[in-house]
Design a protein around this ligand. Structure first.
Ligand code: ADP
Ligand code: MG
Length: 340
């Protein structure tokens, strides 16, 4: 593109692209033509479907303005790969549309470190993009491969299926609250809590391992209740969450107490863990397959036919307010933007 490009289509823009984006390490065999032409050309392998997802991150909306360039780079890639993970896809190619307020070489360098570390780890090649000037915003399109008819969907959950999550949830929401000075995270927990917000791990291998076992799956971007709601709506079922079983970190429990920890775990968002359902028959197979991926998983409840989401504590029904942690101001929309 040209009209509002960073430096009005002069050499600086091309130098920036060449220096930081087109010399990325990864060179995949299925990329026929990468950065440098009007389009990228890729060859998907036979018997594979292509999964495609796009996410935008806007400064002040999806991450606080003070977020480091490295974290922004990592997170831009991670949130997109997380969507591929939720479909059971193997990530392959990404395009990056980046809008920068100015050419700050140090910033771009750090951004690339964060972004390409993750790309390298998952063998994902940057195949194109666009570079423009304006308020900081990053749009990524990520593509991945999944063998024919093995992709995971939101719509397959059935009454009786067990509900699982990977990892721990609630720490990213806690980090935001600390940044907004609504809570004070003890110094010994700060680094790990901040890492959950800035450097989420897309559960790529877990997603692939679930292909043969999960009846439905989604990644947790909007909050547990909201995202489980998407599964329930798509599958026309209801669910009960057992609060006692939620995987809550010591940091979250020690900072806000157990009751608020439940609320934040249910409504927080920005976790990028996988939420999935498994039938009783597939439970053991799934647990064995997941054990080989070094992901921890926790069973947190069960799908039912009610078309409602309920919660229990000590085996008794409880009503948990999930609105008390809604973000109010524009700045506090960080992390709550709806993503698919
Ligand atoms: P065009 O004008 O044909 O859209 P551009 O001048 O915008 O092409 O970009 C030149 C090449 O650099 C293209 O192959 C494009 O995909 C790639 N590119 C531009 N910006 C980026 C970026 N931020 N990351 C990766 N590739 C980029
Ligand atoms: Mg062109």
């Amino acid at each position: 593109m040209c009209s509002s490009d960073l430096t009005g289509c002069n050499m600086k823009e091309f130098e920036l692209i060449k220096r930081y984006f087109s010399e990325q390490m990864i060179k995949r065999k299925d990329v026929v033509l990468g950065i440098g032409d009007d389009c990228a050309i890729v060859t998907p392998s036979e018997r594979q479907n292509i999964a495609i997802t796009t996410d935008t991150l806007v400064a002040g909306v999806h991450f606080p303005h003070e977020t480091s360039a490295r974290a922004i780079g990592h997170k831009s890639i991670a949130v997109n790969l997380s969507d591929l993970a939720a479909m059971g896809a193997e990530p392959t190619w990404i395009s990056l549309a980046i809008t920068l307020p100015e050419v700050d070489v140090k910033w771009v360098e750090e951004f690339c470190k964060g972004a390409f570390e993750l790309c390298e780890f998952y063998n994902v090649q940057l195949i194109g993009g666009d570079t423009t000037q304006g308020p900081l915003s990053i749009t990524l399109t990520a593509q991945g491969l999944v063998p024919h008819n093995t992709h995971l969907k939101r719509s397959g959950a059935k009454a009786g299926d067990w509900i699982y999550v990977t990892g721990e949830i609630g720490d990213a929401a806690l980090a935001l609250k600390h940044i907004f000075k609504e809570v004070n995270v003890a110094p010994e927990y700060r680094a790990s809590v901040q890492k959950s917000l800035d450097f989420p791990t897309p559960r790529i291998l877990a997603g692939q391992a679930l292909r043969n076992y999960a009846s439905s799956a989604i990644d947790l971007s909007d909050g547990l209740i909201a995202d489980l709601g998407h599964i329930c709506t798509a599958s026309k079922v209801g669910a009960n969450i057992v609060l006692d079983d939620l995987p809550i970190s010591n940091a979250l429990r020690d900072t806000v107490g157990l009751e608020k920890a439940y609320e934040m775990t249910l409504s927080g968002g920005d976790d990028y863990e996988l939420l999935f359902t498994v039938s009783e028959d597939n439970k053991v197979g799934m647990e064995t397959a997941l054990a080989n991926t070094s992901n921890t998983i926790t069973c947190i409840g069960q799908i039912n036919g009610s078309e409602k989401i309920t919660t229990t504590l000590n085996s008794k029904p409880v009503a948990i307010s999930t609105s008390s942690f809604e973000h109010r101001s524009e700045e506090r929309r960080v992390g709550k933007e709806c993503r698919s």
